[in-house]
Ligand binder design. Structure first.
Ligand SMILES: [Zn+2]
Length: 119
C-alpha cells in the first residue's frame, strides 16, 4: 500500500513517485530547456516539502516529503511551466512525456484548449 495522495485523496496506484518524476523531468529539461533546471528543482523541492494543514490547522506531514500522486505532481509542474512562459512546443513535449491525466479532463484538456490550434 502506498497510501493516499495528500492533495486529491485518491489512492496512489502509480509506482512513479514525485521524486522519480523530478529526476526524469530534470533529464528532459537538460535536453530541452537547461536554463529552467535550477528553478525547476527549487520549485519541486518547495512543493514536495511544504506542510499540509487540515482545516483544524493540524500538520499532517512531519517533515517527510509529501505523498503526492503522479497526476497531482505533473499537474503542478504543468502550471509551473506556464508561469515560466513556456512556449507551445515545450508544452507539447511535456504532455508527450509526462501525461498522467488518464481521464483527459484535467491539464490535458487545458493543454488542448490553450495550445492545440484547430486546423
Ligand atoms: Zn493526487
Amino acid at each position: 500500500m502506498m497510501g493516499a495522495c495528500v492533495l486529491c485523496k485518491e489512492q496512489i496506484t502509480n509506482p512513479l513517485g514525485p521524486q522519480r518524476l523530478t529526476e526524469e523531468m530534470t533529464t528532459w529539461l537538460a535536453e530541452s530547456r537547461p536554463e529552467l533546471i535550477t528553478e525547476f528543482k527549487e520549485d519541486a523541492t518547495t512543493f514536495l516539502n511544504r506542510k499540509i494543514f487540515t482545516p483544524n490547522d493540524y500538520c499532517i506531514i512531519k517533515g517527510k516529503p509529501m505523498n503526492v500522486c503522479a497526476y497531482c505532481f505533473t499537474e503542478h509542474v504543468f502550471h509551473w511551466l506556464e508561469e515560466q512562459q513556456a512556449d507551445a512546443p515545450l508544452m507539447k513535449e511535456y504532455i508527450t512525456f509526462f501525461d498522467f491525466d488518464i481521464t483527459k479532463q484535467g491539464y490535458v484538456k487545458e493543454y488542448e484548449e490553450k495550445y492545440v490550434q484547430e486546423s
